[in-house]
Write a protein of this length. Sequence first.
Length: 311
Amino acid sequence: MKQQAIVYGHMAALFTIFVWGTTFISTKVLLSDFSPFEILLFRFIIGYVALLAVHPHFIKWKSLREELLFAGAGLCGVTLYFFCENIALTYTLASSVGIIVAVAPFFTAVLAHFFLKGEPLRPTFFAGFGVAILGIILITFNGSYVLKLNPLGDFLAVLACVCWAVYSILMRKISDLGYPTIGCTRRVFFYGLVFMMPVQFTSGTRLELSRFADPVNLLNILFLGLGASALCFVTWNWCVGVLGAVKTSAYIYLVPVVTIVASYLILQENITGSALAGAFLTLAGLFLSEKKLKPKSRLKPMQTVSREESL
């Protein structure tokens, strides 16, 4: 049963990444009529209501430590991560944000090494990190002269990576509490929405629902709220509990591939050779960081004795 759960975990992670790889496109489309914060607020309100309808049971308060875990996950994985990501999309292309965000597994691995058991840092990790950083530098350099990117957008995308790494560690700890995944995800959404409230009251957020009369806006916000938020956060959080924080985060490697293809097909964004080379280096570095060195095989003493006796 455990092996079967692991297989399902990998399948769920692949599905989640396929959906999340296209969220950059939907967000980019919605930015024409909505602010980054409005998109964030609407999608998680829809996600929370959907999870409440599916699982109308609440997790009882047990301790302050548990609530701090949920609150921290809501702050980092919902409010800060998506706020940084959405603002980054106002300064740079969707494909570039998708590639930079793929560095999140590095930050997850570092934090997991210090805060979770059984996650040592290997030499291949540092080698992969170096290769991936070269890829990101190449992408950024290319954007500065060809794609007209803004360094602020790149910085916000990296900051989003750090927030997601913290969220992954917190969700791994939450998964050990033994609560239903849907209930945990909804609790995280609740705290995420709570932390959004101060921004809502000070940023002049418009709650005009008339903008959803446009079918394009409606379909994209429903995709973000029901699919990318309600469904995929549940599948991702379940994967973290089954596969672990680092193994699950490794699937983020596939986000740039999905995003680049979707950006080219839907937004007609120009993907240059330099950007593709940077994407290749980033992916190669990420895969290298997960590669384990195989120990050299040594002849056991008992095997040596048996051979001598046979002679």
